[in-house]
Structures are given as C-alpha cells and as structure tokens.
Design a protein around this ligand. Structure first.
Ligand SMILES: NC(=O)c1ccc[n+]([C@@H]2O[C@H](COP(=O)([O-])OP(=O)(O)OC[C@H]3O[C@@H](n4cnc5c(N)ncnc54)[C@H](O)[C@@H]3O)[C@@H](O)[C@H]2O)c1
Ligand SMILES: [Zn+2]
Length: 541
C-alpha cells in the first residue's frame, strides 16, 4: 500500500487548501477529515459541536481517521485537534508521513477568522484559552515527521515545499533549542548538514581567532577535516588534537595532553576549545576548557546519539578516577551546541540503540508524546533516518534544557529526574568494569528495575512496565541484568555518588511523566526485583 501524507497544524494553517494543491501535484486522492465527518453525520462540524459537544465530535473524528487510514496513496488534511488523540496519531503515523504546517499563532488566527465560510467553534473561546490550547497542540505537532513553515507563503509555495521535503529533495529544517541560563544561555542547533555551517554558528556564538578541536582517533578521522574546513572558511584557525578512543581515556592524563596541546598552539584566555565526538570527548574537552587558564570558552559538536540528546547539553564536564566515574569535574556550559544528525550515519547500531535508551528515559519521566513517537518510529530511528532522528534529538534537548534551566547545578532536586534507571544502571556498569554494558544498555536494564520497583511500591500500572520492556526489546536493548555478585552490586549502589549519606536514591514513576525520589527502598527488595527481571524478561543481548 502506498504511504499517505497527512497534513496537521493549527486552524488557519491551510491544511485543506495546501492538501488539495499537494494532491494535484502528486496525482493523489485528497481526503479532508472534517469533510468525511460532516458527510457521514449529515451535519456540519458546528452542528455536531452544538448537538454532541466536543466529545461527540472527537469520537466521530477518531472513527473517521480509522477508516481513512485503511487506504493508502492519499493526501489527508487532519483537523487541528485530530492528532491530540493518541490512537489517531499512531494510525496516521503508521500509514505514512505526517507533516506539520507551522505558523505564527496570530497570523493563523487572523487567517482562520477570515475564512468565514468555515465555522470555527474554537475561535469563540477566550484568548488565554486559545493560547493554552495552541501551546498544548504544538507539543504534539512538534513531533511530526517534517515541519514546513507557512508564514507569509502561498498555498502553492507550501505545497511545493511539502512535496520536496517528503521526497527527500529538501533537507529537513534545523531546529534551535535555547538553553536559558541568563548570562550563560546558549543555543542547541539540531539538524542535518550542520557541520558545513559550524564555522558560522561558532562565530555567531562569539568564537574569535584561535581555537583547538579535541576529538578522538575514530571521530577525528571521519569528521575532523570537515569541521576544520567549515571553521577556516569562517576565518577561524583551529588545529586539532585527537586523543585515544575509549572511556578508559577519560582521565587526567588525557586532559594533560589537551592542556599541553593548547599551550603548544598558543591558546590564550580568549581562545576556545571545541569538542568533536561522543560523551567521552565532550566531558574530557569540556573539563580541559573549564580548567585551562582558569577557563576558556567551550563548544560542543556531539556525534553520538547519547551525546546529542544528553551529554552535550547541561554543562557537566569531567574525568574519571580509578576509584570511580566522573569523580573530578566542573560545571562549564558550552557557548553553543551543534548537533549534526548526519554524523549519526556512521555510528554503530549498538551505540545508536544505547542513545535511544536515554530518549526513552525522557519519554517516561517527562514526555508521553516523545515516548509515543519513539514507539511509532522505532524502525526508522534504528535505520538512522535523519528526519526521525532530528525530531527525537530536538525534543530530548528541549526536555534536558528545561530541566537544566530549572536546576543548573542539581541543587533543587529537579535534575535528579534524569537519573531514572541510573542507580541500578551505574552499579551494573561498574560491576562489569565498564566493558560489558554500554552506558545506555545499563540504563535500559536499570529503567526496567526502577519501573518494577515503582509498580511494587508506588502503584505504577503493570501495563507501563510491560510497555517499557516491549519498547526496549524492540530496540534491541537488554532488559535484565547479567549475573553479578549481589554484595558487590549493593556496595556499588550505596557508593553511587548521588547517594546522600550512603542511602541509595531511586527515581521512581507514579505514571509516565510523574516521578518521585525514594531513598527508603530496602536492599533486599532491589535484589529481589533484579532476580525477577532475570527470570521474567529474557535478555536480548
Ligand atoms: N556530561 C553529561 O551530562 C553526561 C551525560 C551522559 C553521559 N556522559 C558521559 O558520556 C560518556 C558516554 O558517551 P557516548 O555514549 O557518546 O560514548 P563515546 O564518547 O565513548 O562514543 C561511543 C563510541 O562511538 C564512537 N563514535 C562517536 N561518534 C561517532 C560517529 N559519528 N560515527 C562513528 N563512531 C562514532 C566513539 O569513538 C566511541 O568509540 C560517558 O563518559 C558518560 O559519563 C556525560
Ligand atoms: Zn545516562
């Protein structure tokens, strides 16, 4: 069956007009969800609202979507609220591409009001309510496969643009996520092809003159020359130092190599250091930047999914000691983060899946819409589809940015949500000598443990535990811990640096999107849950 194309967006975005033009261009059938509802009901939308209320209308809408999605090869214009129903959104996504026609709210409202042939029940609501509704809907629209801006464009132009993005002729547009930290604020740019723009983006963020790229042998040889070209075109002179690849090199010795390279290249107080690589390079280079000459500017160019969705945002930098991970470090926010999703194409599949574990974490602690997107688009994500990756990276950065802005230095307890799955995860990583499980894999196992603990102690519905396990398994991530020495594991959990007074702290869920921290979980229960994990959920790795 040929894929459908569904246009979504707020009222006034032009879904119907653009949809008709697009259908002509593509020689496809055009279907308008509202029209299907009206012709079936023999009433107008306004009449249905009056007779049956919004709930009656939404029920008819969900029925219409179910039937429309039985056919393929159509251009579908959804109603403004159609995709607020999770099942309808999942159906539309499964049947093809979803495109958000985005526009400025005031312009859209003006356009909607001008289209008087079409009654708009929602327009009658008070302004504050419309704004709330708009914000709520944008959270969902923002997880469309493609976004096309309609501001001051004709329907024909928009239709042509939609055609190009869905056919892959135009690159999906970049998304910029602001991290708001007053004078330390910065932007996270997420998009394809950003390495080519890195020079301009660095200059726009205040980089001048001399810098130093820190990368590793793997990433440096893939993308180092590329980044250097882009920087030199922008007038920046930036030599590169490649450190050895691996977590075992995130040490003071390697930091010393970076400091010495900085000296030999004559960096000064106004110079900057750019990290090009995964979380290891980011943490190390950031630490070197935080300490060299008491701190120079720092720029992140993350190239793993884990670094793009997590490590590169938030300003935590540091190195490991023999005694434990990340024991020495600083808070040093970057000036800009440049996440080029095209670099993920060369990332090994196992690393990609490990990064997805952190995305699934965000879904469970903060964002059911993101969770559903990952469920609906998992195959594309695992296949490295840049449009799908762009959406999850941008949304993950959005969530992390909000948490970091509210609790920059982890003093208010909000940033702790990010540790969901990490209490057990860190212990498992350490127990395996950091060689057995990747960080994201350990977090996957830890999230299952935390979810089962939540179900046992706080009433997380069993269905949500199953949902988590099913998703992780589909992603090829482990869901049960390897056999480990239980005493050693408990000791590691107690020693986890986030444990205050050596009482293990667990981030538990009451429901997806609602979390609590508990430090009173009996150790025996933790062990019991992990044994249960082993016997119930077969390991997939
Ligand atoms: N600062 C933070 O807030 C924070 C948050 C989470 C994790 N971290 C840290 O991040 C580190 C883990 O980061 P990671 O998972 O990115 O691992 P990593 O940096 O070791 O990268 C994983 C592997 O992928 C390779 N690689 C990177 N980009 C590639 C690309 N585009 N193509 C091909 N290969 C590529 C790397 O060379 C490496 O071998 C840990 O040290 C962890 O402590 C920090
Ligand atoms: Zn993590």
């Amino acid at each position: 069956m040929e894929d459908n194309v569904t246009l979504i967006g707020f009222m006034g975005a032009g879904k119907t007009t653009v949809g008709q033009r697009l259908a002509e261009r593509l020689s496809r059938r055009f279907v308008d969800v509202d029209e299907v509802i009206e012709s079936r009901a023999g009433m107008s939308v306004a009449e249905i609202f009056a007779a049956e209320g919004e709930r009656g209308f939404r029920r008819r809408e969900a029925d219409a979507v179910r039937d429309i999605c039985r056919a393929g090869g159509q251009v579908i214009a959804a109603g403004g609220g159609t995709v607020m129903d999770r099942d309808s959104l999942a159906r539309l996504r499964r049947s093809g591409a979803v495109v958000w026609l985005r526009g400025d709210m005031d312009e859209l409202l003006a356009r909607a009001a001008a289209q008087s042939q079409r009654p708009r029940p929602l327009l009658k609501r008070p302004r504050a309510e419309i704004e709330r509704l708009h914000a709520q809907r944008e959270r969902v629209y923002g997880l469309a496969d493609y976004v096309v801006d309609v501001t001051s464009k004709t329907p024909d132009d928009v239709a042509a643009e939609v055609e190009r993005v869905i056919q892959g002729l135009d690159r999906p547009a970049r998304v910029t996520v602001p991290v708001r930290l007053s004078e330390r604020s910065y932007d996270v740019h997420v998009g394809p092809g950003l390495l080519d723009e890195a020079g301009e983006l660095c200059c726009a963020a205040g980089a001048r003159g001399k810098g130093l790229i820190v990368s590793n042998e793997t990433v440096g040889s893939l993308y180092g020359g590329w980044l250097q070209r882009s920087l030199s075109l922008a007038g920046l002179r930036v030599p590169r130092v490649d450190v050895p690849d691996g977590e075992e090199f995130k040490t003071l010795d390697t930091a010393r190599r970076v400091w010495r390279a900085a000296v030999s290249h004559r960096l000064d107080r106004r110079s900057f250091i750019i990290a090009l690589g995964g979380g290891v390079v980011g943490d190390l280079a950031g630490f070197a930047a935080a300490t060299f000459l008491r701190g120079v500017d720092f720029i992140q160019v993350p190239t793993t999914l884990l670094a793009q969705v997590d490590a590169a945002v938030g300003g935590k930098v540091g190195v490991n000691l023999d005694e434990g991970k990340n024991l020495v470090g600083a808070f040093h926010q970057p000036r800009v983060v440049i996440a080029d999703v095209d670099t993920l194409r060369s990332l090994p599949g196992r690393e990609l899946a490990a990064g997805l574990a952190e995305v699934i974490k965000y879904g469970f602690i903060a964002d059911p819409d993101l969770l559903q997107f990952v469920e609906d688009r998992l195959e594309r994500l695992l296949a490295g589809d840049p449009a799908a990756l762009l959406r999850v990276v941008a949304r993950s950065c959005d969530i992390k940015a909000a948490i970091v802005a509210a609790d920059e230095r982890e003093t208010r307890g909000l940033r702790e949500a990010l540790n969901f799955g990490h209490t057990i995860g860190h212990a498992l990583e350490a127990a395996g000598g950091y060689a057995q499980l990747l960080h994201g894999e350990a977090v996957a196992v830890g999230m299952v443990g935390a979810a089962m603990l939540s179900a046992r102690t706080g009433g997380l519905p069993a269905g949500d535990v199953k949902r988590l396990v099913a998703l992780l398994q589909r992603a090829g991530l482990p869901t049960a811990p390897p056999e480990v020495d239980e005493e050693e594991l408990l000791a590691l959990i107690r020693r986890y640096k986030k444990a205050l007074d050596h009482r293990a702290r667990f981030v538990l869920l009451e429901e997806p999107g609602r979390w609590v921290v508990r430090d009173d979980i009996p150790e025996e229960l933790v062990l019991e849950i992990m044994r249960e994990q082993r016997s119930v959920w077969a390991t997939t790795s």
